[in-house]
Design a protein around this ligand. Structure first.
Ligand code: 3DU
Length: 254
């Protein structure tokens, strides 16, 4: 099963479009125990879990991150590694190989490095191992406008486009499994959804703590919502996850 089908199935079974961003801080004691505890407590309200380097660095891939990924799979939760891969081809491939080896189902990469000698080897590896690749297309923070929001000119046609429009089209050409567009920019989600149609899922981070609105992002065209601190930092992560889940399920069923 390809990653887009895996997460779609999980979302259907759980009745949730929420991807938990498990960005625990490394000064917390018993980091792995806490990560697993949170994951178990919210399991009914999430369709996937996303881990980034903030957690991988203090935990280490072996055995801790591998244990975490294994636990997620035991709970039938797909796993995404938010590595934002952004280097030349051979190291991109090696980085992805390490993450796939501990079991991650998908990896996030940056399209700024391009295809040839950039992301091509990573995509080839992902295809070989039946894993997914998600591409950043418009990030959630304010400074995203400086990179993803700049206008660039095609040297052949002279046509000017926004960087994010180009990235959205590349994501289709490269056969990515989804793209990331910040929930803090619903107008960008609308525009990008127009470009990708139903060819790609849109993952939207920035809900809650960063100011993005869950229901608004889905109405704008997001497929999945990436939510971190407003769930795991709350007193009761399970209730918080349930709250976001219910809030987004309501407008969808109206
Ligand atoms: O703001 P939150 O705590 O809900 O976390 C958002 C997560 O999504 C976090 O893991 C961050 O690394 C990731 N992310 C963005 O916030 C913005 C992006 O454009 C891409 C990923």
């Amino acid at each position: 099963m390809v990653f887009s089908e895996l997460i779609e199935k999980s979302a259907r079974e759980k009745g949730s479009k929420i991807v938990l961003a498990l960005d625990l801080e490394n000064h917390e004691e018993r980091l792995l125990t806490r990560a697993i505890k949170i994951l178990r407590s919210v399991q009914d309200y999430i369709c996937a879990v996303k881990v980034n380097r903030q957690l991988v660095l203090p935990l280490g891939l072996y055995p801790n991150v591998k244990t975490l990924v294994k636990e997620a799979h035991r709970l039938r939760i797909p796993t995404i590694m938010d590595a934002k891969v952004n280097d030349v081809g051979h190291t991109n491939e090696a980085i992805a190989r390490n993450y796939f080896k501990v079991g991650f189902d998908a990896i996030i990469a940056s399209p700024f490095v391009g295809w040839k000698g950039g992301l091509e080897p990573l995509f080839n590896l992902a295809r070989e191992k039946s894993r997914g690749v998600l591409l950043l297309t418009y990030m959630s923070h304010e400074g995203a406008a400086e990179g993803y929001g700049q206008t660039v000119m095609d040297p052949v046609t002279g046509v000017r486009s926004y960087m994010y429009e180009i990235f959205a089209k590349k994501a289709i050409d490269w056969n990515a499994d989804g793209i990331i567009v910040g929930a803090t920019h619903p107008e960008k989600i609308v525009e990008i959804r127009r470009i990708v149609g139903d060819k790609l899922s849109i993952y939207s981070p920035g809900v809650g703590t960063q100011g993005g609105d869950a229901a608004r992002s889905l109405i704008a065209g997001a497929t999945y919502l990436i939510v971190g601190r407003s769930i795991f930092k709350s007193k009761n992560p399970r209730d918080a996850a349930k709250g976001v889940c219910n809030a987004v399920n309501q407008p969808m069923s109206m």
